[in-house]
Write a protein that binds this ligand. Structure first.
Ligand code: GRF
Length: 198
């Protein structure tokens, strides 16, 4: 089975996936990094890991359809079965989502549907929520939405700073995402995201 990771930024989840593959915990071939930001640190991580990088800048294409067609061309070339969004800061069109239905996962740093959007950790922290967490879900046409695969809760302690909360969340993400992908690989996810017994 072949995986493509889509990312726009730092790439710590990308590296967690690479590590899980190297450790034999995740049995999938990471064929491609699709990145839309030429300066993103994730590119260097991919190069170091020997993963092919495809840089696709939206501004190089006349329309979103052309931009996504270029991506789909690369996915087909590498026979990609599964896409993992890991901090990819672009919305995929309904056509793209429907072409890869139940084959696109996303990780989000909150207990969806709470705190959607790009500032989820900060939003939960500012709201002085008692809990937040991490969600892995299949992607549908709406933002930070679609069948839930896994969710894990994290307690926000009164002693937490934003930085300490971020650290806890990322540490959890790095375990949860490879695990969710392996559930998919081993055929343990129903199309509604439910996990079948082993
Ligand atoms: C993660 O917090 C993920 O949940 C969100 O974007 C962030 C990406 O971080 N979708 P990184 O680039 O993997 O370090």
């Amino acid at each position: 089975m072949n995986l493509a990771v889509f990312a726009s930024g730092r790439g710590s989840n990308f590296s967690a996936i690479v590590k899980a593959i190297q450790q034999g915990k995740l049995k999938i071939k990471l064929q491609l990094l699709i990145c839309d930001q030429p300066q993103a640190p994730v590119i260097r991580r991919a190069q170091r890991a020997g993963v092919r990088v495809v840089l696709v800048r939206r501004e190089d294409f006349a329309s979103r359809i052309d931009f996504e067609a270029a991506i789909i061309g690369k996915l087909k070339e590498s026979k990609i079965n599964l896409i993992a969004l890991a901090g990819f800061m672009r919305l995929l069109s309904p056509e793209f989502v429907s072409a890869y239905r139940r084959r696109i996962m996303n990780i989000h740093p909150s207990l969806l549907p709470a705190y959607k959007g790009a500032h989820a950790i900060n939003d939960a922290y500012k709201a002085r929520a008692a809990f937040t967490g991490v969600t892995v879900h299949f992607v549908d046409e709406q933002v930070d939405h679609g069948p839930l695969i896994l969710q894990r809760k994290i307690k926000i302690s009164p002693k937490d700073s934003l930085a300490s909360l971020e650290k806890k969340i990322h540490t959890l993400e790095h375990k949860l995402y490879p695990y969710a992908i392996q559930l998919y690989v081993s055929g343990r996810l129903e199309s509604q995201g439910r996990v079948k017994a082993a």
